[in-house]
Each structure stands twice: as structure tokens, then as C-alpha cells.
Design a protein around this ligand. Structure first.
Ligand code: HEM
Ligand code: HEM
Length: 174
């Protein structure tokens, strides 16, 4: 196979930094709702890390416009290209919407949104118990959807790297 073009260095840095952050967030999220003892310690990491993802995804989106990805390999069919683009779009959307829903649900519950020490975020939604309940459910559903999209993403990359052997992983290698 000819050498694959690579993603620009900034894109690779953002990809791996955010991949680690998102995976930690999914694990912390699940761990904190099943562990009452560690709940407060975990949620105090979950909030600022989630807001950091919200800021970084905006930076990443702007970077993607400035530094577009290299063309997809010729080994990908039209359907695969569509699926890849859709899953990338879904992951960008989830990196934006999930933290906003987290922030929104705590706002609707009028729960203090502490980032660190005395640094609080403002409430972005009115005080409303029904709104809180809807957003709390949405936060869970979107998080599990993110996990499924991530599994499909890694599955597709592994399929290309190990079976099709078109060096797809090398395009994003650190
Ligand atoms: C260990 C897990 C992961 C591996 C092995 C991996 C690998 C890759 C590779 C090789 C590409 C380039 C695909 C191409 O050639 O077009 C890519 C792109 C991408 N990945 Fe991952 N990835 C992982 C985790 C994640 C996670 C957790 C996220 C969610 C935040 C994510 C989001 C993306 C996005 C949005 C792209 C499109 C390129 C961009 O705009 O940065 N990946 N990934
Ligand atoms: C990409 C970002 C985020 C991811 C992947 C994520 C993921 C998760 C997951 C998997 C859960 C457990 C859901 C369940 O089992 O019901 C959870 C719960 C929670 N998340 Fe997030 N979250 C993110 C951002 C945020 C942000 C920015 C905030 C607040 C500012 C937040 C606040 C919360 C709270 C308070 C809970 C627990 C609620 C409870 O005690 O019932 N999340 N999150």
C-alpha cells in the first residue's frame, strides 16, 4: 500500500488529547452514579473536565476548517465514506451537546456548578424540575450513544488497519 497522507500535527494532538478526555469522562460518569462513596470527588472532576471538552471542541472545529483532513483512502467505498463522515459529525455534535446538557441540567436544578474552589459557572436555564428531569435523562442517553459511536469508530479503524491493511491508523498516529 502507498504511504497514507497524515492529519496535520495540531489535529493529531487534539484528537488524542480529546480521545483520552472523553473516555475518562464516560468512565467517571458511570463510576460516579454507581459509587456513592466517591460521588463528590468524581463529580468535581467530571464538571471541569466536561467544560474543558466543550471549549476544546470549538477549537477543534475551527482547526478542522483551517487544516482540513487529508482525502479519505481509495480503499473506502461510497457507503463507507458516508458512514465515516456521519460518525465524525456525530462525535463532534456529542462533544458539544453533552457538556451543554450537563451544564443545562445542573442549571435547571439550581445546583451550584463549581469548576474549582470559588469558580462557578452561571445558570444557563430557568429553575424547572421537569426540565432537569428531561435533561438528566438526555445526558445518560447521549453518553451511551457516544460510547456506541466510539465503538463503531474504533471498530472501523481496526477493520481498515488489520484487515484491509490500508494504514488508516497511521493517518492519525501521534
Ligand atoms: C483508541 C481509540 C481511537 C482510535 C484508535 C482512533 C483512531 C482514529 C483515526 C485513525 C482517525 C483518522 C481516520 C481517517 O483516516 O480519516 C480518527 C479520526 C477521528 N476520531 Fe478517532 N480514534 C479513537 C478515539 C476517538 C474518540 C474517543 C473520539 C471522540 C472524541 C474520536 C473522534 C474522532 C474524530 C472526530 C475523527 C475525525 C478527524 C478529526 O476531525 O479529528 N476518536 N480516529
Ligand atoms: C463530554 C462530556 C461529558 C460526558 C462524556 C459525560 C458523561 C456522563 C455519564 C456517562 C454519566 C452517567 C450517566 C448515567 O449513568 O446516568 C454522567 C453523569 C453526570 N454528568 Fe456528565 N458527561 C459530560 C459532561 C458533563 C458536564 C459538562 C457536566 C456539568 C457541568 C456534567 C454533569 C453530570 C452530572 C452532575 C452527572 C450525574 C448526575 C447524577 O448524580 O445523577 N456532565 N455524565
Amino acid at each position: 500500500m502507498p504511504a497514507q497522507p497524515r492529519f496535520p500535527a495540531v489535529s493529531r494532538l487534539l484528537h488524542w488529547t480529546m480521545a483520552v478526555m472523553v473516555l475518562i469522562m464516560l468512565c467517571i460518569g458511570v463510576a460516579m452514579v454507581v459509587s456513592l462513596g466517591d460521588y463528590h470527588a468524581l463529580v468535581s472532576i467530571h464538571r471541569p473536565l466536561g467544560i474543558a471538552i466543550l471549549i476544546l471542541v470549538v477549537v477543534r472545529f475551527v482547526n478542522r476548517l483551517i487544516n482540513p483532513p487529508p482525502p479519505l483512502p481509495a480503499t473506502m467505498s461510497r457507503a463507507e465514506r458516508l458512514a465515516a463522515t456521519a460518525s465524525e459529525l456525530a462525535m463532534y455534535g456529542l462533544m458539544l451537546v453533552l457538556p451543554l446538557v450537563g451544564w443545562g441540567m445542573l442549571s435547571a436544578a439550581r445546583y451550584p456548578i463549581v469548576l474549582h474552589g470559588s469558580v462557578h459557572l452561571p445558570f444557563i436555564l430557568p429553575h424547572n424540575a421537569v426540565l432537569y428531569a428531561v435533561l438528566r435523562k438526555a445526558h445518560t442517553i447521549l453518553a451511551y450513544l457516544f460510547f456506541l459511536t466510539f465503538m463503531a469508530h474504533v471498530g472501523a479503524i481496526l477493520f481498515h488497519t488489520l484487515i484491509v491493511r490500508d494504514g488508516m491508523l497511521r493517518r492519525m498516529a501521534p
